[in-house]
Design a protein around this ligand. Structure first.
Ligand code: NAP
Length: 303
């Protein structure tokens, strides 16, 4: 594959940025990848394992001369990072982010960027419950969607270049309106994570009552919840604080549905339960047929 960007700067060196570094290297998509992370510890690990071609002590230093800058920090940290790098960006550079929420990130980042750069917000729908500089791997994005939420004045050539890079990492690209993105993700990712956190919290409470049996005999359903509930606390705190309205909307609908099922159980309405579970089973089949999961018994990858 051919080089798409001469110099890429990754701001934040966790799961997503690390996976991009591996994928860009494996596919020959960038000549030089510069990296910056907030803590000296993460920077030391990144340098030690050769995650990037150069590791910098400041974000401002890392973005100097970069043709593409990727903001890969928690959503709540985007504004401060954008403010720091703004004055140091190369004119004509493409700036993107990988935040799991889009409208709030656009509002946080765009005001800090000079008119001479092209901001193309994005979100890879790929992830694991792992985090940190050692967690990335080159195939994370293969066959996954990467949504771009361009602004009305986003430069078409800049968006195309970013799209070429994403395709080169094996993902599929689609455009979406940022507010619509936040609603879709509230349904497909954010609210399910909140439910998993809640269920594991309930079990943790129960564990104290049942003397470890919940953990010892945990079957697949609960184990799948614990995998999701092991996701990075900072990232997920920020997702809920910044996708507040859509998450609250979906949670309201969820609660109503839960009460329908709760009532069916209380009234012994087996027909309702059976019909409901038949409909939900078809959704699972659709996801597998769309190539977005295997039939293996785990789920909940990514934010
Ligand atoms: P991660 O593995 O936890 O890495 C986060 C990186 O951001 C670390 O390098 C961390 O530096 C840095 N960071 C944390 N707080 C910061 C702050 N206040 N200021 C500056 N840097 C800070 O996270 P990730 O999973 O790669 O997620 C990064 C972004 O991708 C998030 O916006 C998330 O919403 C989005 N995303 C995640 C997934 C997923 O499944 N994980 C999927 C799609 C999109 P230190 O290591 O030095 O603390």
């Amino acid at each position: 594959m051919s080089v798409i960007f001469d110099r890429v700067a990754l701001i934040g060196l966790g799961l997503i940025a690390g996976s991009m570094a591996h994928a860009m290297r494996d596919n020959g998509l960038a000549r030089h990848v510069a990296g910056y992370a907030r803590s000296a510890e993460t920077r030391a690990v990144a340098a030690d394992i050769g995650l990037c071609d150069s590791v910098h002590d400041s974000a401002a230093d890392a973005v100097k001369g970069a043709d593409l800058v990727v903001l890969a920090v928690p959503v709540g940290a985007m504004a401060a990072v954008a403010a720091e790098i703004g004055p140091h960006l190369k004119p004509g550079a493409v700036v993107t982010d990988v935040g799991s929420v889009k409208q709030a990130v656009i509002e946080a980042v765009a005001p800090h960027l000079p008119d001479s750069v092209h901001f193309v917000p994005g979100h890879p729908l790929a992830g694991t419950e792992q985090s940190g500089p050692r967690s990335g791997f080159a195939t994370l994005f293969v066959n996954r969607w990467w949504l771009l939420t361009p602004l009305p004045d986003t430069d078409a050539a800049a968006k195309q270049r970013l799209t070429d890079l994403i395709l080169g990492m094996g993902a599929q690209v689609e455009d979406m309106d940022p507010i619509h993105h936040d609603l879709v993700l509230a349904v497909t990712s954010h609210t399910p994570h909140l439910i998993a956190y809640t269920m594991v919290g309930v079990a943790d409470h129960l564990r104290r009552v049942t003397d470890e049996e919940v953990i010892k005999y945990s079957a697949a359903g609960f184990r799948d919840f614990t995998r999701i509930a092991a996701s990075d606390p900072t990232m997920w705190r920020d997702v809920f604080l910044h996708n507040k309205e859509a998450t609250l909307d979906i949670l309201g609908r969820f609660t109503e549905e839960l009460f329908v099922l709760q009532r069916a159980i209380r009234m012994g309405d087996g027909q309702l339960l059976h019909d409901y579970f038949t409909r939900t089973r078809a959704i699972r089949r659709g996801i597998i047929e769309a190539g977005q999961d295997t039939a293996a018994p785990d789920f909940g990858r990514g934010g």
